[in-house]
Write a protein that binds this ligand. Structure first.
Ligand code: UD1
Length: 417
């Protein structure tokens, strides 16, 4: 079992090139199976979730390989429409393959995704939307059998909630469906824009991505292309939070500052200074850090749920009291116990956490509870006095490409054992 061992208290100084976005690479990898012709995806992060997506593609009969940071997909030989249950358990977001497999094969059989470490992850909005597009769904013993007796057709779909996963599944099903699909109250996350751009580079007709209304006109066929995955805004936020907590000056490159607006606003309120250009951010940590107004997680462009644990870790030693409200997931405070073990003063009640800033944290042995919760422990360990040992780091490896190497390159004392 691997673990990360951190000697805290070192300032971070230097430059980090931000990795490609997991939440963009995964749906785009799924979208690749819709294309007639080879797909080259550049800037793919080397993550266990990306490897899992490659295994799903291979299992469906596609040729998929990863070299350095480029994934190539050739879906010519795709001959299966079944996603075995082990893949659904391995990666919750394998549900985004549903729309793509239906678009390509007209049928799809897959395990019902259960709950996960963040609480229940329902897919009712995905299924309701696909039904409107002509999909018949029969559920038996937790397995979904999806068919399209009369083919996929366009539809007007209003999402009750701007679900990222549902918007992706509808896009993937709609690009080669017959006729026009309109999604209203669509998710506006930058990763949705990246998926739409990729699909357009393959010949899809899509308009309105990044707004609440996306219109897709189905085309007969998509072709291959070479596409560069966007930078990961949550990983960028993680490195900034690490610098805020541990102190120092960081320069992030290959980052899209405009996608990070709601997060940068919080760092500013914490008293950190920064200057951003289109693809770089220079960041100076504040001393002392200040607590901020209530943080409430919201769909984009609001403050992202994925940055909640990360900012909480940075706020543990900020002067004053911060209240965080988690509105997206029921169970997203599992990292709190570890932060408290490290000396933080945090109380939770339901979906609200109250953080009273303390003078310092101390190292401890902690277990990563989930991907971003694990990242929060990493941040706390970097600013804590003494040694922090994080186990269950497979959660962290789902979303961070060689985090110990990145952090060592800017002065942190951290090793993987
Ligand atoms: C969510 C986040 C996304 C993040 C990802 C991984 C939002 C809006 N989405 O995406 O930014 O990267 O987790 O942490 O912040 N829901 C339903 N029925 C559905 C689908 C969703 O009720 O069919 C509810 C969920 O229970 C949850 C909310 O909608 O409360 C968020 O859903 P969604 O955006 O679909 O989740 P992900 O796609 O996993």
């Amino acid at each position: 079992m691997q673990k990360l061992v951190i000697q805290g208290g070192r300032h971070l100084e230097g430059e980090i090139i931000v990795q490609g976005a997991k939440n963009s690479a995964l749906p785009i990898a799924a979208a690749s199976l819709l294309c007639d012709g080879e797909i080259w995806l550049e800037n793919c992060p080397r993550l266990s979730d990306v490897y899992a997506a490659c295994r799903i593609l291979t299992n469906l009969g596609c040729r998929c390989r990863m070299q350095e940071h480029t994934v190539t997909v050739d879906a010519h030989g795709m001959d299966s429409s079944e996603i075995p249950e082990q893949f659904m358990c391995e990666m919750r977001s394998s549900i985004i393959f549903l729309g793509a497999v239906l678009g390509r094969m007209g049928t799809c059989t897959l395990g019902y995704p259960g709950g996960c470490e963040l609480g229940p992850r329902p897919i009712n909005l995905h299924l309701q939307a696909l039904r409107r597009m002509g999909v018949k769904i029969h559920e038996e013993n937790g397995i979904l059998h999806c068919t399209t007796p009369n083919g996929l057709h366009g539809a007007r779909i209003h999402l009750q909630f701007p679900s990222v996963g549902a918007t992706e599944n509808i896009l993937l099903a709609a690009v080669t469906a017959k006729g026009e699909t309109t999604i209203s109250n669509a998710a506006r996350e930058p990763e949705i824009i990246d998926l739409a751009r990729f699909l357009r580079a393959c010949g899809a007709q899509i308009a309105g991505e990044g707004t609440g209304t996306i219109v897709i006109r189905g085309v007969k066929q998509l072709h291959g292309c070479t596409y560069r995955i966007m930078p990961d805004r949550i990983v960028a936020a993680t490195w900034l939070a690490a610098a805020a907590a541990a102190g120092g000056e960081l320069s992030l490159r290959c980052v899209s500052a405009s996608d990070l607006e709601s997060i940068l606003a919080v760092f500013e309120e914490m008293n950190c200074r920064m200057s951003a250009s289109a693809d770089s951010i220079c960041f100076h940590a504040a001393a002392p850090l200040r607590a901020v107004r209530t943080l409430k997680t919201m769909p984009y462009p609001g403050f992202p749920t994925d940055a909640q644990a990360i900012l909480m870790a940075a706020l543990c030693c900020a002067a004053g009291t911060t209240v965080i409200e988690e509105t997206i997931f029921e169970n997203r405070f599992r990292h709190v116990d570890a932060l408290v073990k490290m000396g933080a003063d945090i109380r939770t009640a339901g979906r609200v956490a109250v953080i009273n800033g303390v003078r310092s944290l101390h190292g401890a042995a902690v277990e990563a509870t989930d991907l971003r919760g694990g990242a929060a422990m990493l941040i706390a360990g970097l600013c804590a006095a003494g040694e922090t040992i994080i186990t269950e780091i497979h959660h962290i490896d789902r979303g961070y490409d060689s985090p110990e190497q990145v952090l060592r390159s800017v002065g942190a004392e951290i090793i993987r054992v």
